[in-house]
Design a protein around this ligand. Sequence first.
Ligand code: NAG
Ligand code: NAG
Ligand code: NAG
Length: 433
Amino acid sequence: MAPANHLLISCILFCFIIAVSEAQPSFRPKALILPVTKDPSTLQYLTQINQRTPLVPVKLTLDLGGQYLWVDCEQGYVSSSYKPAPCRSAQCSLANSKSCTTECFSSPRPGCNNNTCGLMPDNTVTRTGTSGDLGQDVVTIQSTDGSNPGQIVKVPNFLFTCGATFLLDGLAKGVKGMAGLGRNKIAMPSRFSAAFSFQRKFAVCLTSGKGVVFFGDEPYVMLPNIDISKSLIYTPLILNKVSTASAYFEGEPSSDYFIGVNSIKINNKIVPINTALLKINEEGFGGTKISTVQPYTVLETSIHKAVVATFAKELSGVPRMAGVRPFELCYNSTAIGSTRVGPAVPQIDLVLQSSNVYWRIFGANSMVQVKSDVICLGFVDGGVNPRTSIVIGGHQVEDNLLQFDLAASRLGFSSSLLFRQTTCANFNFTSTA
Ligand SMILES: *[C@@H]1O[C@H](CO)[C@@H](O)[C@H](O)[C@H]1NC(C)=O
Ligand SMILES: *[C@@H]1O[C@H](CO)[C@@H](O)[C@H](O)[C@H]1NC(C)=O
Ligand SMILES: *[C@@H]1O[C@H](CO)[C@@H](O)[C@H](O)[C@H]1NC(C)=O
């Protein structure tokens, strides 16, 4: 009788194990993808994740330097799997939270729980910050082999911060928060890497149509079967030790991606600028960062003036037209030829760690079509003494793949994909499954 019982028990255990492993096949993705579209009225880049139980699609504004995922929990957040992060928990220390809500004076809901640590979610478009609870919930996202979308995978406890409804002001219609891809540990790239133990790398390929973000390692393949990761130029990412968020705890570093631009050349001629502005000072001012919430590159006033003057001089054969806000330098486009990489205008080089490493900006990325036959230099004046001297904006990175390697602290960039007869809209979103 005893052996029979033993057999029964082991069968129960064994069968149970089989059943569980069949229900959850051990599929571990190598990389993940998010589609990205451009909102024509705000020029914001939008993406979508599925979150909560039951799962709902959540539309988000993509924020390359953003600290983490934040969503509005005040309105319409219904989920049976939401978990607040208790004060002094591992999640709170990972997030570097320095605040604790001991009591929320209302009935409990996502974003209002007793004994929950908080952060300061930031609308980086309007530069508005507030306080909000740290929490976790289910997120699902599509995996990829680098060429096509694969099966959908689930992260049961994805960290995010609860924002407020007013914090959505200034974001595109239907958006419920921001997808922060910054360099800190609780931003989305690090969270996905931790969830699936893949390399702390991600790549962004934006375009005016449907672009893509890859989380994880290469390949990053665009039609017709071109692996963009094979020919990148690398430059170190620089840490700004002072946060660039609208609200932050003292001593927090910036989650933005800074690179070291040492000079600017137009048609190989040095643009005369005060190079001290290109360094990040003790207060965290100056330097060059990349942003997806700025539609166009923003230059400190004196740099803007010098770039406009040099560019105008190099293109003096073409008659200028009146400026069209927010741009100063405009031309009748019928007087300018066209090339594979856009209007035939002087090349702008952001010279990086050495004179032979530069980010070359061609007409498709430097010029903006503002009317049927008017194009303007797409750089705007950021005023005197801005927080960051050069903010490379969305238009300048479109159809360029940018790979951020957090472990190696370096940026890989492709230059214009138009040279390779592809674009960031050429990821094959057709599923193989
Ligand atoms: C917080 O705790 C207080 C006191 O125990 C309780 O009255 C209140 O309902 C709780 N609030 C939430 C949001 O759980
Ligand atoms: C641009 O130049 C063409 C050819 O000279 C002219 O017909 C057109 O009116 C000009 N456009 C503007 C906006 O000035
Ligand atoms: C896109 O991928 C699908 C699935 O692998 C494939 O059938 C299709 O031919 C691809 N499209 C192109 C244009 O290569």
